[in-house]
Design a protein around this ligand. Structure first.
Ligand code: TK8
Length: 351
């Protein structure tokens, strides 16, 4: 019996040597054993949490990500998804990643500005004219440079997904002009650019985690909020917000984050699987998000929302009112980066 076990294990060793030799023969040189240890895929369970619902394009994107990871790892890396802020809101999940208690989250960049001020450039109003311009900037040097600031905060940023252009909803009155913001109590993300910009418009902004927004709107603690159509639909804000204004005032992205504590335990092969899957699922997510945002407005109307257009002249007025706030933050964030942002947008336009 023992001999049999010995023979079998010898056989396995010989077999793995043959396999190793086979792998090596395709490469330029034979890999060292330490490089070998850096490859390979272990059985791992990866907890991924997001703030939005499973039916939202962010949820569908996360599902796609989990499928891709399973496929590329032969089922060894298992991504477990938690939707609808089940693991907490954006800030809480980011902290869980830093502490190594959760592996993945995909928050808005906006509540991260307290940590990395450079993300604040994506809170400037009316920067992008369309989603393709945002892709160009986020996937280009400006977006990537900011991702490089994450590791010192215990986070790895793999890529950007799309949240999209934000539009105002409220329960008080139609909002179609810059003056109409006066006195409106608006929930904003936990972000000083948004806070000061809405304050400049004469509104009464209140920062709040996303998971508390529906209740705050329902109980009229706040009059309004702003988010892309897909979110207004998925979170049923239309049930408690009769007015929708097509402000399109800012494009805010999602950033795909991995816990650095977790990331550092992974082999290069495992890291590549996660990175490739986040980017590939991101392409799907962006496309789906555009499709859903394109169709959701009609559905929101059919649910009874009264929709107001906001003329280019009124948007220009809003922009003028907010300008001193943006100039102040541009200085604070760093004018080199802000100038690079605008020159990249220009490049995207001339493409
Ligand atoms: C979801 C949030 C949300 C964001 C907000 O976790 O807070 O309004 O737009 O989508 O990131």
């Amino acid at each position: 019996m023992k001999k049999w076990v010995k023979a079998l294990s010898m056989g396995l060793i010989v077999l793995s040597l043959i396999v190793l030799a086979g792998c090596g023969s395709g490469g330029k040189s034979t890999e060292t054993s330490s490089e070998k240890a850096a490859s390979g895929i272990e059985e791992r369970v990866i907890k991924a949490g997001i703030g939005l619902n499973e039916d939202h394009p962010q949820g569908q994107g996360l599902k796609k990500f989990a499928e891709l990871v399973a496929e590329k790892s032969g089922g060894k890396l298992k991504v477990q998804n938690y939707y609808s802020a089940q693991l907490g809101d954006d800030q809480k999940m980011i902290e869980a990643l830093q502490g190594g208690l959760q592996e993945i989250t995909i928050p808005s960049t906006s509540p991260m500005v307290g940590m990395i001020k450079e993300f604040g450039i994506f809170d400037f109003p009316f920067v992008f004219n369309n989603e393709e311009e945002a892709d160009y900037v986020l996937d280009g040097p400006v977006g990537q440079k900011i991702l490089e600031k994450l590791p010192e905060f215990g986070l790895i940023g793999l890529t950007y997904w799309e949240n999209g252009f934000r539009n105002l909803t409220n329960s008080k009155r139609p909002v179609a002009t810059a003056e109409d913001f006066q006195g409106l109590k608006i929930r904003t993300m936990q972000n000083k650019v948004h806070l000061e910009a809405f304050a400049a418009l004469g509104a009464n902004p209140t920062p709040m985690p996303f998971s508390e927004v529906f209740t705050a709107l329902e109980s009229k603690t706040v009059d309004g909020q702003e988010n892309p159509f897909a979110t207004i639909e998925s979170n049923k804000f239309y049930e408690v917000q009769p007015y929708l204004s097509l402000t399109n005032h800012v494009y805010t992205p999602f950033v795909f984050l991995v816990s650095k504590k977790f990331w550092d335990q992974l082999s290069e092969e495992e890291q590549k699987i996660l990175r490739d899957s986040a980017i590939e699922a991101g392409k799907y997510q962006r496309e789906l998000n555009r499709k859903v945002n394109g169709e959701a407005l009609e559905r929101l109307k059919s649910y009874g929302m009264k929709v107001n257009e906001v003329s280019p002249e009124e948007k220009e007025k809003m922009n003028e009112i907010i300008k001193p706030v943006i100039d102040k933050f541009a200085k604070e964030i760093g004018e080199d980066l802000v100038n690079e942002l605008y020159s990249e947008v220009k490049k995207a336009r001339n493409k």
